[in-house]
Ligand binder design. Structure first.
Ligand SMILES: Cc1cc2nc3c(=O)[nH]c(=O)nc-3n(C[C@H](O)[C@H](O)[C@H](O)COP(=O)(O)OP(=O)(O)OC[C@H]3O[C@@H](n4cnc5c(N)ncnc54)[C@H](O)[C@@H]3O)c2cc1C
Length: 472
């Protein structure tokens, strides 16, 4: 799959407009698009044989799509949708009913349904009418909505020194609400439990949902992200003359004490450009940043504190229909905090080995926290997922048989937003003149999400263009 084209012969000119992008996930591809559209000469290298990083999807030997992770599109996003409109795929998002469905042990349920009222009242009826939490629990919750709603980013960031669990307890919110409502939310957000995740991120996301009625609306692609997001982007870039290469891994950036002078590749070649833009997961970025660069700038030493969170994605095809809910589902009980039946949400996925799988189930589940689960064998992981499904759907799943499964283990996925890290998140502009960085761990309002990736790709490209003297 490797594209044979390479950058022109190495040159160390300044004032040229060659950009080398490391990483072919959404952040790298979004940055490449902005730069190519503005006349820059772009080379992008991706270490895997496929593009898309954490949003990548591929077909297995039987022709079934396998996804890296369950991806929901939120109403709050905007830069991702601008990008999708530009490549003609925005209409491939299918928006689902505006509700949050919680599935609990032994078939117990509760849901939050928003009403057609101005913000923040769109959520008020949902709070009181879900029928699961008691009135005192909901009144205590309604009270804490005030700082969340009106405190803004300054308030959220001031809570970054504590975990969400600590914040929750200080507010006098019930333990049951944390276990049943916030545990799956926190695991769905960043695959970390409330006792580990920073309060900042949970409050910021809740605030976003409260301020804009449509922010918490969720959509799914009608088919694979390769068909409707990543593939079209790569095609667009190639058509515009960018050099987009898979199967090429960057080993290290070269820092001459002043600027980045090249990138050593695993095939022995050193790629040289005028500008360098990294769009790597943070654990991979740490490997390519040279020691002399870290010694020279605290900015890069701070990055050393960031790590990725483990998560496991399991896809299971069952021989019958287990749920009729065409939406994401949350569960505080068992090992599958967030999941969806893709045979319902994603019409083109209602197939198994080339035959129709309509009227049956194709669950895609996020298994988290995954620190221990990730070490288990495939059989043990599938057995735990199946036990959770049978507990959550005691009637419809009782005799359900698994027809096939696929497991994707990601030891370091999105960056872990532990308490105290917010002030260390780097900007896309770095202290080195010709180096820019993108990715969810870099500063942006949407953290490590598809929107975060695209917005940091855009922002890194914008900073680079400003440095180059482009009027924006
Ligand atoms: C299970 C799961 C579920 C998710 N669900 C959602 C969701 O519902 N909604 C949402 O908005 N977001 C979701 N996300 C988050 C979203 O997928 C990511 O935030 C986003 O895709 C990150 O894009 P990125 O380009 O910054 O990083 P990545 O996608 O990680 O891309 C980085 C790329 O760099 C490449 N690379 C690494 N090292 C090198 C090297 N040395 N040389 C060259 N290339 C290299 C990698 O192979 C990769 O392709 C989810 C993530 C996961 C893991």
């Amino acid at each position: 799959m490797t594209d044979a084209t390479t950058l022109d012969a190495p040159s160390v000119t300044t004032g040229g407009n060659k950009v080398l992008i490391l990483g072919g996930g959404l952040a790298g591809l979004a940055a490449a698009k902005r730069l190519v559209d503005n006349g820059f000469q772009v080379q992008l290298v991706e270490k895997r044989d496929i593009f898309g990083g954490k949003v990548s999807a591929w077909k297995d030997a039987e022709g079934d799509w396998v996804e890296t992770g369950l991806h929901c599109f939120f109403g709050a996003y905007s830069e991702l949708y601008d990008l999708m409109r530009e490549i003609g795929t925005y209409d491939c998002i299918l928006w689902k009913k505006h509700e949050l469905n919680y599935t609990l042990s032994k078939g117990e349920r509760f849901a939050f349904r928003t009403w057609d009222l101005p913000s923040p009242f769109h959520l008020t009826p949902a709070l009181f009418a879900n029928g699961y939490f008691s009135l005192p629990e909901m009144l205590a919750f309604a009270k804490v909505l005030i700082p969340i709603l009106f405190g803004g980013e300054r308030y959220y960031e001031a809570q970054d020194g504590m975990t969400y669990k600590e914040w929750h307890e200080r507010q006098g919110l019930s333990e049951r609400m944390m276990k049943k409502m916030f545990l799956p939310m926190s695991l769905a957000l960043k695959f970390l439990p409330p006792a580990e995740i920073s309060a900042n991120i949970v409050l910021a996301v809740t605030g976003e949902f409260l301020r804009r009625p449509d922010a918490s609306m969720m959509g799914f692609l009608k088919g694979s992200p390769e068909d409707y997001l990543i593939g079209p982007l790569v095609n667009y870039l190639r058509k515009k003359g960018a050099t987009i290469q898979s199967g090429r891994k960057a080993l290290s950036l070269i820092y001459d004490g002043n600027r980045i002078a090249g990138a050593k590749m695993d095939d022995g070649e050193t790629l040289v450009a005028d500008y360098y833009l990294t769009a790597l997961p943070v654990h991979n970025l740490k490997k390519v940043l040279p020691e002399n660069l870290k010694r020279a700038h605290q900015f890069f030493r701070d990055i050393d504190e960031f790590v990725g969170v483990p998560v496991v994605t399991v896809q299971v095809w069952y021989d019958r229909q287990i749920t009729t809910i065409d939406n994401i589902l949350f569960s505080p009980d068992g090992v599958i905090p967030f999941y969806a039946d893709l045979a319902l949400t994603t019409p083109e996925y209602a197939v198994l080995r080339g035959a129709s799988h309509q009227g049956k189930t194709r669950f895609q589940v996020g298994v988290a926290p995954a620190k221990e689960v990730i070490k288990l064998s495939d059989e043990e992981i599938v057995a735990r997922v199946d036990a959770s499904v049978k507990d959550l759907f005691p009637e419809t799943a009782k005799d359900a048989k698994i027809l096939k499964h696929a497991i994707v283990r990601i030891p370091q996925s999105v960056y872990a937003p532990y308490p105290g890290l917010e002030s260390k998140r780097p900007t896309q502009k770095t202290p080195v003149d010709n180096l820019f960085i993108a990715g969810g761990y870099t500063k942006n309002r949407f953290y490590d999400s598809m929107e975060g990736a695209v917005s940091t790709g855009n922002s890194a490209a914008r900073e680079l263009m400003i440095r180059h003297g482009v009027k924006i």
